[in-house]
Design a binder for this molecule. Sequence first.
Ligand code: NAP
Ligand code: GLV
Length: 309
Amino acid sequence: MALLYLSSAERAAVWRPIFRDALPDVPFVEGEAAVADPASVRFIAAWTLPDGIIDRYPNLEMILSVGAGVDQFDFAALPEHVTVARMVTPSIGAMMRDYALLGVLAMHRQLPRYIAQQRSRVWEAGPVDLASRRRVGVLGLGQLGRATLHALLPLGFPLAGWSRTPRTVQGVETFHGPDGLQPFLARSDILVCLLPLTPETRNILDADLFAALPEGACLVHAGRGRQLDHDALLAALDSGRMGGVFLDVTEPEPLPAEHRLWSHPKVILTPHVATVTDFEEGAHCAVDCIRAQLNAQPVPGRVHRSKGY
Ligand code: NAP
Ligand code: GLV
């Protein structure tokens, strides 16, 4: 029985001793070239999977994403009995909370405008408003959406959240499903997207969605690039329908050098850095997943393959 590890050497240096101590019966095998017996590989930890890998390991039972997302895996190519799990760790929520807070405050206090003005040596004050008059809506009420809402709550923004199934979050007005989307959007002056990428959420941030937001609304997007129609966003920014965007994810990453989002005055762009899975926490999360699988217990961070997240 072995774990086949297919990620960076830096992460391996942290994971290796943790696995040796916590799971001495599960050898930590780094890279496919080091696999002595393919039949021994029961677990794979990776961000992306090399082509054809599933066929090479007949006793594979679990794939562990070394990040929070799993949209990089082709579920259709994975046999039904293979469990897919992802990283659910406190620091991922904490980092996203910080990032989303930064984005919401940047939009609330018109940071793109003042960065552009500073570059042009323009001293011109825009309107300043209270947080209590800026309604924030968070798409996605999972580990990241909830961490973000909990952090926003004491700041006084009227808060709402949208999920697939009904959810309750204290101090937050919640909406769900396709029927809940329009009323949720209509009351969101700053929209934060923390949705997983699935067939239902692909391109969800499109012209129709921008049209359903209040005039001049802003977007903080740290979900996935393929959820955003970049052309529709640029058109909405140019027309004034959208007031600004704080963007961590694009498709492709990075954008081509000539792409207008790089230099648009209403855009703040970061290079997919909202969260980085802490290596040590990730190793412990992976150990917990493998232990649970071996003991036939519920696997933390298990992905519901039919839902795609
Ligand atoms: P999660 O715990 O699985 O939560 C996902 C949330 O989205 C749930 O509330 C779910 O609704 C909702 N949802 C899914 N599909 C929906 C749909 N069709 N309509 C309405 N709501 C829907 O995920 P998470 O850990 O919070 O992570 C979310 C995503 O953030 C990841 O998948 C990844 O793409 C992204 N991410 C980005 C970064 C970055 O650095 N930029 C880092 C980590 C993660 P239910 O509650 O009803 O299930
Ligand atoms: C990063 O985007 C992750 O999914 O961990």
